[in-house]
Structures are given as structure tokens and as C-alpha cells.
Design a protein around this ligand. Sequence first.
Ligand code: ZN
Length: 498
Amino acid sequence: MKTEELWKQYEEQRFKISAYHLVLGTTFYDSDTIAPEKGRQYRNERMAYLEGEVFDMETDPKFIELRETLYNREDLPEQKKQILKWELKDLESFRYIPKDLYVEYNELTMNSNVAWKKAKNANDYKMFEPYLLKIIDLSKKMLQYRKGDLQGYDVYLSDYEPGMTVEKYDRFFDLIREKLVPLIKKISAAPQIDTSFTNRFYPADQQRKMMKKIMDYMQFDWEAGVLGETEHPFTSSLSKYDDRVTTHYYENNLLSSIFSVIHETGHATYNYQVADELAETYVFDNMSSGMHESQSRLMENYLGRNSAFWDNLYPEMVKLFPQQLSDISQQQFVDAANASVCSLIRTEADELTYPLHILIRYEIEKGIFDGSIDVNDLENIWNDKYEEYLGIRPTCASEGILQDVHWSGGSFGYFPTYALGSGYAAQFIHAMRKDLDIEACLSNNEFGKIKEWLKEHIHKYGGYYLPQQQIKIATGEEFDPQYYIDYLTEKYSALYKL
Ligand code: ZN
């Protein structure tokens, strides 16, 4: 059969699978935002069934053969070959897992998510522990069905960030430990920045209006996206023109929703700006987690915490909160948004202490998989590490080991990409500065110029390139974490007048 005809067959099957993904993605979004709690079990069972259907289609021997045949055709255009390459690579992560185990694992993670929420509300790790131990057990079991050169934790690290291994992450985190821990100690001893006004009462309705203004400023396309509400903010791009951003409003915390929304808009913008020719292909949404996180953190920290970002927005915010903010200058607000304080909650952590929260999770995950830590003692290990690196010890599980959703979903290997993404972002900003006066763009209400730069250098490619290649294309250099360390050191030394 002609290559073109085979490709048509391939596209038909891909279309079918994408229809299932759309249904699953929409149900997931619905489930996490507005669906009633009592219907959860019914939904979860059916979603697990559909996941099984997708699994069957993806691993159908005929479909695997079709893709392998196509991949080896000499007359297949390079771009199509590359797309198939990623697809076949991802297939490796589950193709040899028995379906029963795959469905069991998916159902376990959905139920674990429910158990995690209950345990967190009850502030009782023991309620979640049996689920976590089972997830660890199955995650290790599934490693037996993986082929390839990588072993243990490296397999999962590389699933989220192709090319990354314990050895490479160790080097990255060694640098963080060595350079940032002493800086954080100095800052703890310096005069602190006043952030108390951010905990005044900020009604959710007024906050909703503010989020609209922020997303307008970032030129979010409201005809191709929505902003919903959830417990834990996330973004899901169901297609290029269907980007679902979510946030959570805390009426005694001004900063939380603002920076969640800027962060999530960064994720949505990445998918929205993928080139049309790739938007309905496999690489639309297969960017590595580190790459995706680099784009959300670039917006959240490197742009959103820049004073120039607020030149237009801060006066608007004072209009929305006249009683709460009329005595606070833009500079005071921006300083508070950048203040560094050792705290217990990762998602509320400042830019400087953030990578240490990740370092802690990385060390624990590494220990789980190499067997160097006792999985029956995880809560204590967690608390000890917080004391060691951040100088504070969690006194309850909801502010300790139960704070994050990730392990309930079995997402081992995901956390490290958060810190890595911040590192990538520093290098992207450094490159962007060669072409753009970033502060002028922000101050002159020209966010579109920044978006355009990101589109041309990064976004339009989707997940077509490996992160290491993508960084080189965008910046002309290999990834160098020194940009990240330099950025944090300069910024925080100035802010705290060290
Ligand atoms: Zn993110």
C-alpha cells in the first residue's frame, strides 16, 4: 500500500482516539470544577473504562504495526516521521503493561485521589497511607513491564522529562543546595518585607473581576478559553482553541489567585500558540513537563513579579479594592509579591525557596525507588527534611506530606520538572532580552510582543523537539542552570539589600 494511504489510515485511528481524549478531558475538567461530589464514584468507574478503551486502541497490534511500518517508510516526510517517533516512544511507557494492571492502576489512582482529599480535610496521613503504599507498590511493579536502557526512578523521570536521569538531576539539585541554601539563610536574618496587607479581606467577586483584567492584559483569547474554579488550579487544553484555565479564590489572600492565574495562563498560551499545522497532531500536547512548566513560570515569576507588569494593572486593582489597597504603593505590592519567607506549603512558596520544596520531594522519591528510605516512615522523613532545608517543621499532615495531589495520582518523577522548568525559564528570559526590552513591553501594554517572541522561538513547535533541542533552538545554547542561580542571586540580593 502507498505511504499516503497508510498515513490516511493512521490519521483515522488518531482521530478516533482524539475523540475519546476529548470526552475524557472534558469529563475530567467537569469533575474537578462543577460536578457534584456524590456522583464521583459513578464517573470514576466509567472514566476508568474509557481509559481502558483508549489503552486498547493505542496498543492494538495492528495499529502498532501500522505506525512502525510508516515510520520505516523511506518516502515518509521528515515532519511526519518525527511525530511518529514521539508517539512510538510514548507507547513504550505502557505497551507491555497487561491491561488488567493498567486499569487497576487507573482506578486505584482515581480512588486514591478521593482518599487523599478526605485525609487532607481530616488532617490524618494514616487515612491516605494505605493508598500511597499501594500506588508505590504498583508503580514499582509496572517498571517490570518497561523495556529500554533506563531502570527504576530514571524511567519515570524520563517519562516526564525525556533525557533526564537521577545523575543529571543530582547535578542540578546539588547546585541549588549549594548556592541557594546559604542565600536563604542570609535573607532570613535580614529585615523582612511587610506582606501583612495581602491578608486583608479581598471579596471573591472583586477578585474575579481582577483576574479578568489580568488575563485581558495577557491577551488571553476568551473565545478560545475559559476561567473556571477548582480546589487546586490547573489548565487543560482540550484543543488549540479550547483552553481551560482554573483558579481558587482565598478571600484572605490577595496573591494566591493572581499568581495562579498568571501561571496557568502561561500553560494555556503555550498550547494556544502551537502552529496550526501541528495543532491536530500528536505533538500538540506532548511537550515535556519541564518545558510546559518553564512557560508557566516564565509568566508567573519572570514577568508577573516584575514591577513593570503592574504599571497598568496596579491602578486598576486599587480601584477594585480601594479600602484594602489605597495606602499601599505599587512598589510595596511588588515587593510583597516577591518577599521570601521559609514556609511549609509548596504552592504558596516564593520564587527563591520554591526549588527547595522540590528538592525535598525529589530526595524522597529517589529514596522510595532506590530503597534507601523506609516507605512506612514517609511522614517523619518529610518533616525531617523540611526542618533540615527550610528550618521549619510541619506540625500537621495537611501542611506536610498531604499537601500535594501528585502522589495520589502516581505522578512520581513529576515534581523535579517544576524546578527544572524555572531553570529553563531563566535562560529563555536571558535570550529574550537580546531581542526585546521586556520592561518596556510590559509597561507599554504590549504583552503581545512577548507572546510573539515565545511563539516564534518556542510555542509554535509544540512538543516537536526534545527539551534539550528546544532550548538550543530558542537560546542558541545548551541548558545552563547558572542563569537561574544568577537571576535568583541578583534579584534577591537587591531586594533584601544584602
Ligand atoms: Zn504549572
